[in-house]
Ligand binder design. Structure first.
Ligand code: UVW
Length: 322
């Protein structure tokens, strides 16, 4: 696909295009066997354009250290890193019980299926993932795809600049209007094929907690987080702007807790319906501070997910280069 082909892509109001596909889904738009979803908006031309944004040579790591969340959120396993002697003067690493979602992560398209339609992106069934080795939606498809123009919305700074209080560790919401106003204030444009990063302040607030507080907030039922509005309008805005992926420094992109009985959850709107990758627990503060300094909120993003055949998710293994 090239950028010229984007003009033939339906708008959100024209979805779905395939008979039998759920409302507000893009199933079939990129082909019935497509594994990329909105990553199709990342093109070779877009990679070249993104490389032109590199001006200072500064590199920002976007994922936290493996094991940063202690204990990991949502009751996920704690990874154990062992250094294994290979010989008298040689070593290997062993990562025991490594959950690819223990920290910074891209949710792949086999992570969450739609509660009503009982299917994943493009109609993939749960049996294809559990018994069929997840060949159609495995994270391996993304291993050499996730490169393009990144843009940051510093929603935290925007809200603070208005003199409004933010507690990222409480359930709360950055509205679509607020994100649009923040973009305007930053003089930042969305362009087709943008990997959109949104700083909510959650990671910084989490890092400031003591060990006891981190332990208390980690279980699924206790975790609270600010996130972006989970609405039809938000899904339409992301799709109509041809956003390739959205990532935040919060644990679920949308506010927590999520009521997964509610079809309006952004996890449903994004992953199974639009094939839009969700990035969680990204490290965005150092990048945001640099953007505020040079007033440039766009850069190149290079993310190389783990090359795990049939994988569900992956640490982003990502950098922003300015
Ligand atoms: C939730 O589903 C709440 O988060 P994650 O995407 O990390 O599983």
């Amino acid at each position: 696909m090239t950028e010229r082909d984007f003009h033939h892509i339906p708008t959100f109001d024209q979805l779905p295009v395939k008979s039998g596909a759920p409302p507000e889904s893009c199933w079939g738009v990129f082909g019935d066997d497509d594994p990329f979803g909105c990553l199709n908006f990342l093109t070779r031309e877009g990679v070249v354009e993104a490389a032109r944004l590199v001006q200072s040579g500064k590199i920002f790591r976007l994922d936290a250290k493996i094991g940063f969340a202690t204990p990991p959120l949502f009751g996920r396993a704690t990874v154990r890193h062992n250094v294994i002697p290979l010989g008298p003067l040689a070593h290997d690493d062993l990562l025991d019980q490594f959950n690819t979602q223990e920290g910074s992560q891209w949710d792949g398209l086999a992570h969450v299926g739609h509660i009503r339609h009982q299917a994943f992106y493009n109609g993939v069934r749960v049996s294809e993932i559990r018994e069929g080795h997840n060949t159609r939606l495995g994270i391996h498809h993304w291993a050499a795809k996730f490169v393009g123009r990144g843009a940051l919305i510093d929603a935290l700074a925007f809200r603070r600049a208005q003199g409004r209080d933010v507690n990222p560790l409480e359930s709360g919401c950055y509205s679509l209007q607020e994100l649009q106003e923040a973009l305007h204030a930053q003089h930042t444009e969305l362009k087709p094929g943008t990997i959109l990063l949104i700083r909510t302040g959650w990671m910084e607030a989490y890092e400031a907690c003591d060990a006891e507080k981190k332990r208390a907030m980690a279980p699924m039922e206790n975790i609270r987080a600010i996130g972006v509005e989970a609405s039809r309008e938000m899904a339409a805005w992301l799709w109509n702007n041809r956003i390739a992926a959205i990532a935040t420094d919060s644990p679920a992109v949308e506010p927590l807790p999520i009521d997964f009985r509610d079809e309006g959850a952004l996890h449903y709107r994004a992953l199974p319906l639009l094939g839009l990758p969700l990035g969680e627990l990204f490290v965005l503060a150092p990048l945001a501070e640099d953007c505020a300094r040079d007033r440039r909120y766009e850069f190149m993003v290079v993310s190389t997910p783990l090359h795990v055949e049939g994988g569900i998710a992956s640490p982003p293994n990502a950098v922003a280069i300015k």
